[in-house]
Each structure stands twice: as C-alpha cells, then as structure tokens.
Design a protein around this ligand. Structure first.
Ligand SMILES: *[C@@H]1O[C@H](CO)[C@@H](O)[C@H](O)[C@H]1NC(C)=O
Ligand SMILES: *[C@@H]1O[C@H](CO)[C@@H](O)[C@H](O)[C@H]1NC(C)=O
Ligand SMILES: *[C@@H]1O[C@H](CO)[C@@H](O)[C@H](O)[C@H]1NC(C)=O
Ligand SMILES: *[C@@H]1O[C@H](CO)[C@@H](O)[C@H](O)[C@H]1NC(C)=O
Ligand SMILES: *[C@@H]1O[C@H](CO)[C@@H](O)[C@H](O)[C@H]1NC(C)=O
Ligand SMILES: *[C@@H]1O[C@H](CO)[C@@H](O)[C@H](O)[C@H]1NC(C)=O
Length: 457
C-alpha cells in the first residue's frame, strides 16, 4: 500500500479518489496483460480487399470491426429492395468481415444495415409491421444461411438492431423493437452452428440510466424471456459535457439497472465511442484511458458518409492527395493514428491501476514492461492545468526516494485530414520524488495534444 498524502484521505480499494486536478497511476496494482480494448472502429474498411496495406491494420493493433454495407446505393440498398439488393450489401459485409479476420479482429455484423434502414422511411415496411414477422424471419434465416455458407461465423458478433431509440434507424414502436430483439435472439439460439456467435444488444444510442424506458423495458423483457446477450452494447457519442456520456458514470448506472432486473454482468462493448469533435489525439487518449479502466471494448464512431464511410479507418487515416477521393490509395497517418500506434506497439507489458481527475476532464492509461513505465494521457478536448501522481514507485524496483528522468512525447494535430507521421520528442526532464510517490504537472495549453511519458525502471 502506498503512503498517504496529507490531503488525500479518501481511499477506495487502496486508490485515492482523485481531486479535480490529479490523475493517478498505481504501479503496485496490476490490471493484467495489455490487449488494446479501444482499438476498434466501425466501417472504415474499403470493400476492395487489400486496398489499405497490412501495416496500417497491424501497427495500430486493429481489434474490432463493425459493418453491414450501409450507405451503398442501388444495386445494394438492402433486403427491403429485394434479394439482389440484399446480396449487394451482403457482399460488402463479407468483404469487411474477411478483412477483419485477416488481422485477427472480431467483427460485429449490422443486420439493420443489410435490411436497408438508410433507404427506408415511415412508409416502407419494417420488421413485424401489423404483427407479420414472416418477411423479417426470412431475412434473418437467409442471412444466417449465407454467413454459414461463407464460413463467416468465427469471431462474429450479431448486433441485433442498431440504435432503435433514434428515428434514423427505427420508426416503429418501442415494443415492436423489443419483440424484434427477443425473436431474433431466439431464432439465432435455436441453431447450434451459431453457438460460437455472440449476440449483442440493446445497442441503444442513449445511455443505461434510470428513467430511460428503452433500457428499462428491454431489460425487463429479456430477463423474463431468457434472452440475455453475451455483450451489453451501447453508444457514447453524446455531447462532451453530458453527465451520462462517460463510462465513469454509466459503468455504475448500468450495474444498478442490471441488479434491479436480476440480470447478470456481461462483457461491455461501447461499439460506437467519441463524438466527432473528440476525434483528435487528446480525445483519443482520454477515451482509451476510460475504456481500459472499465475493461470495455470500444469501437470509434465514424462520422463520414457515402463511400468515405467505407474508407479511412473512421478518420485514423487520411490521404496525401485528396483525403475524400475514395479511389486514391496514398494513405497517410491522421493525427490520432499515432496515438493508437503507440498504444499498441509501445505500451506493452502489464496494465496498472489508474484514476482520472475528479473534474472528468483529464485521464491516464499506464503500462509497466521490463524496461519502462509508460503513461498515456489526454484531456477531454479542453485546456487546463492538471498533474499526474504515480504511486508505489518501489514496486517497479526503483528506490522510494530519488529522481527519475521522464521522456515526453507529444501527439499533435487538430484536423482529421492532416498528416502526422510520428509523435514529437518533447525532451527529458528530471523529477525528484520521495515517499514512494512521484508527482509531475501537466500544462495543457491547447485542447488537442495528447502526451506520453516514459521512465526507465
Ligand atoms: C419513402 O421511401 C420510398 C422508397 O424509397 C419512396 O418511394 C417514398 O417517396 C418515401 N417517402 C417519403 C415520405 O419520403
Ligand atoms: C417476453 O417477451 C415478450 C415480447 O417478445 C413480452 O411481451 C413478454 O412480456 C416477455 N415475457 C416476460 C416474462 O417478460
Ligand atoms: C464497473 O462495474 C463493474 C460491475 O459492477 C464493477 O465490477 C467494476 O469494478 C466497475 N469498474 C470500475 C473501474 O469501477
Ligand atoms: C472509383 O473509380 C471507378 C473507376 O473509375 C469509378 O467507376 C467509381 O465511381 C469511383 N468510385 C468512387 C467512390 O469515386
Ligand atoms: C515505439 O516502439 C517502436 C517499436 O519498438 C519504436 O521503433 C519506436 O521508437 C517507439 N516509439 C516511441 C515514441 O517510443
Ligand atoms: C471540481 O469540478 C467540478 C466540475 O467538474 C466543479 O463542480 C467543482 O466545483 C470542482 N471542485 C473544485 C474544488 O474545484
């Protein structure tokens, strides 16, 4: 246990609750091996195999994809336009699936896109209209058969319906969606070939907080029907300042909801995270820190449209010539790519326990390997002064009093279309410490730069 600081009396499980300016790293508490939980994105993969070369996938540790042929035009508008147009979307989906598997990434299939919600409206047919499910059942069974026939079940997650709580993706009643959820879950679970496929839901755009009836009614009915998904999925793409748009709050509110419906814990998958303004290096580091702390899978939201939705790794990549020319292949690293690359290639070893600042605006992710301690930090797209306190220095074999030389790397960039080829070397500064605890300041004078700090053990 680390020594108590004079002004840090509140302890929870050995970790001081952070004040508004202090983020903490506790080198004495291991959180297990690294596996870059946050290195996923939705869409972002060209439908032409190998259009983006291997290195771009491997260096960032690409871990999770999610697609279903959205925003393709005729002849690929989806199931509601007939079997041929369904096949167009399926082809795009299978191509993206195979790309993901090539790099060992899991793949979340988006049936609502293969159905064709982006070419639907209030007047077109929706699953279960008038109590008739025959067409939807045929859709699900056709898709299941095609996935089997194409050997596309390994590493697959079936995301039952995306964001039914916003009108872009669902224009019928809440109960009709819950019926869809339960029905689909049962159809999939009747087929033993799909045992290896995980199901995810409710995939709501809004968060699991008390008073949200989409969550409450879904939870109540899945409990009664024994149709609990393997992954609870939802999205965190709201306003930066929204209280519930933060895992630090929703981790607890979801737990409370599950308890009140007698439901078990499951893997959390934030299968869309970060609003578009947050897609700069500081925001990326902040989100990575959060997702890692809560052991939640995360896939970056994708704010592109049309063909560009199927390119650019959800804005981790850009192009040297014309970023939005889908056919150009002169791929380059957008600013955030460098953060994910460092997170994957450099932050190796064991993860250690961390906490973010009490104002929720600055956070850290830290690893300990045989050579070095590495800390990635980011502000939630704002300026300010904070500090990082590292506890239990002696647990990595350093004396409990002395000094360390901290190497700083800066991850700069303000536009998803600019090219940044590497983090910049911001030099080495020696910091004295004592009491087994090291504190150093963060002066965040812009809202976009993320930082990495390294010292040898
Ligand atoms: C709904 O979509 C159908 C098919 O695309 C189209 O014919 C119809 O005009 C649309 N209705 C409205 C109100 O947009
Ligand atoms: C089971 O699900 C159906 C909707 O498909 C719902 O009407 C019913 O109330 C649920 N049963 C229980 C016990 O929750
Ligand atoms: C998140 O919630 C789970 C389930 O209640 C809990 O076990 C876990 O400790 C929470 N995570 C953190 C970092 O507080
Ligand atoms: C890519 O190039 C092909 C061949 O010139 C063209 O038919 C297609 O429309 C282009 N696609 C996009 C999205 O620009
Ligand atoms: C990260 O690791 C790679 C591969 O070992 C190395 O080449 C690179 O210099 C490291 N980058 C930083 C910023 O430490
Ligand atoms: C900490 O930050 C919160 C807002 O994030 C603010 O309400 C509170 O006053 C701050 N406390 C201190 C001591 O500055």
């Amino acid at each position: 246990m680390h020594s108590l600081r004079v002004l840090a009396p509140l302890l929870v499980a050995g970790l001081a609750i952070a004040d508004n300016i202090t983020a903490t790293v506790n080198l004495g508490v291991s959180k297990g091996s690294t596996s870059h939980w946050a290195s996923g994105f939705i869409y972002g993969i060209p439908d032409t195999p190998n259009q983006i070369s291997d290195q771009w996938y491997t260096q960032m540790g690409f871990r999770y994809g999610r697609a279903g042929g959205a925003q393709l035009d005729a002849p690929a508008r989806g199931w509601i336009w007939g079997l041929q147009e369904y096949k167009g979307r399926l082809a795009s989906t299978l191509s993206n699936y195979q790309t993901c598997r090539k790099y060992g990434a899991d793949f979340i299939i988006l049936p609502h896109d293969i159905w064709g919600t982006d070419h639907a409206n209030f007047s077109t047919v929706w699953p279960g209209d008038g109590g008739d499910w025959s067409d939807y059942d045929l859709f699900v069974r056709t898709l299941m058969a095609d996935l089997k026939a194409h050997d596309a079940l390994e590493g697959l997650v079936w995301d039952i319906w995306n964001e039914p709580d916003i009108e872009v993706f669902w224009v019928r009643s809440q109960q009709q969606w819950i019926d869809l959820y339960i029905r689909t879950h049962k159809i999939l679970r009747e087929d033993a070939a799909f045992d290896q496929v995980q199901l995810s839901g409710p995939t709501l755009a809004y968060r699991p907080v008390s008073g949200n009836t989409w969550w409450a009614n879904w939870l109540a009915q899945i409990a009664g029907n024994d149709t609990i998904p393997e992954q609870y999925a939802y999205h965190l793409e709201g306003e930066t300042g929204d209280w519930d748009n933060d895992l630090q709050n929703t981790n607890g509110t979801l737990t409370a909801l599950l308890k009140s419906y007698g439901l078990p814990e499951r893997q959390i998958n934030i299968n869309e995270y970060a609003n578009s303004a947050e897609q700069i290096p500081a925001g990326a580091a902040w989100w990575i820190s959060r997702l890692e702390r809560y052991d939640a899978f995360g896939l970056r939201g994708n704010w592109l449209s049309g063909w560009n939705l199927h390119d650019l790794f959800a804005n981790l990549l850009t192009k040297s010539s014309e970023p939005l020319d889908y056919n150009a292949t002169d791929y380059a690293s957008a600013p955030e790519y460098q953060v994910y690359k460092y997170y994957n290639l450099n932050m190796t070893g064991k993860r250690v326990e961390t906490s973010g600042t009490g104002d929720r605006l600055f956070d850290v992710y830290a690893t300990v390997d045989s050579d070095k301690v590495r800390i990635l930090s980011g502000a939630r797209i704002t300026t300010g002064n904070w500090q990082i306190t590292v506890h239990s220095i002696s647990s990595v074999g350093l004396p409990s009093k002395g000094s360390v030389d901290i190497q700083t790397w800066g991850f700069a960039g303000t536009s998803v279309y600019e090219t940044v080829d590497a983090p910049s070397d911001r030099g080495i500064v020696s910091h004295a410490y004592s009491g087994d605890t090291l504190t150093f300041p963060i002066y965040q004078t812009d809202a976009s730069t993320a930082w990495a700090f390294e010292f040898s053990r």
